[in-house]
Design a protein around this ligand. Structure first.
Ligand SMILES: NC(=O)c1ccc[n+]([C@@H]2O[C@H](COP(=O)([O-])OP(=O)(O)OC[C@H]3O[C@@H](n4cnc5c(N)ncnc54)[C@H](O)[C@@H]3O)[C@@H](O)[C@H]2O)c1
Length: 320
């Protein structure tokens, strides 16, 4: 019998890549839930899930994780993969109450739903941002957490909520800390997408700070392989796991790599550093390797070329 997987945030970037991966295996029925949050255009999200419309192993529900009735309307479920959230560090500083409401309130509502329905496995999209300004890298899961944005603090709260529900109700809770995920379908607010759009059309790119900040970019196919391993994981009831790439690149280096992929030079629009942005991210992935057999294999050049090829096919001809 196929495992029935609920994916919240199904129409988003990581959600739609995960649906593609799970359906391809033939081992899962996927139930997608998304409210088409206005953070970026609905049309982009509809485009993300359009390829699955005819798949008999996929059902989509438009609904809000904060709304009990929307959850109660869903089919039977074995595992929840909870990706729905207000994403983005900078906008969370503008509207922290909304981030708290959707990310923490929504996660609590979903955990209550899991408890009511007797769903015993919950995979949660946490974030590298919980490490914040901890200067000791690479970050491993038991390092000190020093978040510096409302977004990051909501993710940490959700990890703790997960511990509560795992302890009280035996719901296995796996918090996966994603490290800047990129690839086809990437959110339009994220640097790689923004830079390709601007550089390929001869527009200036805003660069915050002196270009020395660094990120551990993870290709989305590697991330979704890690998520699938977490869906199948059964060895303990609560784990926090880094899903990064264990390779960092500076902002300056990233821009050069994108210039190479595009075949065009960037026009730099230098801006001050942004509050809430951390100077570096860098994942220690020893735990993921050990317990999820996670092994990211996509190098930056291949990942950027794949992104650009998707961008040209879907965005350049028919911008959303
Ligand atoms: N992309 C990254 O680099 C990254 C890094 C760390 C963590 N994450 C986390 O991974 C998850 C997925 O990120 P993404 O980049 O795919 O973002 P995304 O914005 O593309 O996807 C999130 C989806 O959640 C939906 N959503 C928002 N509020 C909702 C609600 N109240 N009810 C139902 N659906 C709702 C949105 O419409 C969207 O389709 C998020 O939780 C994000 O915080 C992402």
């Amino acid at each position: 019998m196929k495992k029935r997987i609920l994916i919240t945030g199904a129409a988003g970037f990581i959600g739609s890549n995960l649906i593609h991966k799970l359906l391809k295996t033939g081992c899962y029925c996927v139930i997608g839930l998304d409210n088409f949050d206005a953070f970026y255009p609905r049309a982009a999200k509809e485009q993300n899930i359009a390829p699955f419309a005819e798949d008999k192993n996929f059902r989509f529900y438009e609904g809000d994780i904060r709304n009990r009735a929307d959850l109660d309307a869903l089919d039977d479920i074995d595992v929840i993969v909870h990706l729905a959230a207000k994403a983005g560090v900078r906008p969370s500083i503008k509207d922290p109450i909304l981030y708290q409401d959707v990310n923490v309130g929504g996660t609590q509502n979903l955990l209550e739903f899991a408890r009511r329905r007797g769903i015993k496995q919950f995979v949660f999209a946490s974030s590298s941002s919980v490490y914040g300004i901890n200067a000791h890298v690479p970050w491993s899961e038991d390092d000190k957490l020093m978040p510096i944005s409302p977004y990051a603090s909501t993710k940490l709260s959700c990890e703790m909520l997960g511990h509560v529900y795992s302890h009280l109700y035996g719901i296995r809770f796996l918090a996966l800390r994603f490290f800047t995920v990129y690839g086809p379908g990437q959110r339009p607010d994220l640097a790689i997408h923004k830079f390709f759009r601007a550089i390929s059309s001869g527009q200036p790119i805003p660069v915050f700070g002196d270009g020395s900040t660094s990120r551990d970019y993870t290709y989305v196919e590697d991330t979704v392989r890690g998520i699938e391993a977490a869906i199948l994981y059964e060895s303990s009831d609560f784990e926090v796991i880094n899903l990064g790439n264990h390779r960092t690149i500076t902002l300056e280096g990233l821009i050069e790599a994108i210039e190479e992929s595009c075949g065009k030079k960037a026009i730099i629009d230098r801006q001050p550093e942004q509050p809430g942005d951390v100077p570096q991210t860098y994942a220690d992935i020893a735990k993921a390797r050990k317990i999820l057999q996670y092994s990211p294999s996509t190098d930056l050049k291949t990942g950027l070329d794949n992104f650009y090829s998707w961008y040209r096919q879907t965005q350049e001809q028919d911008p959303l």
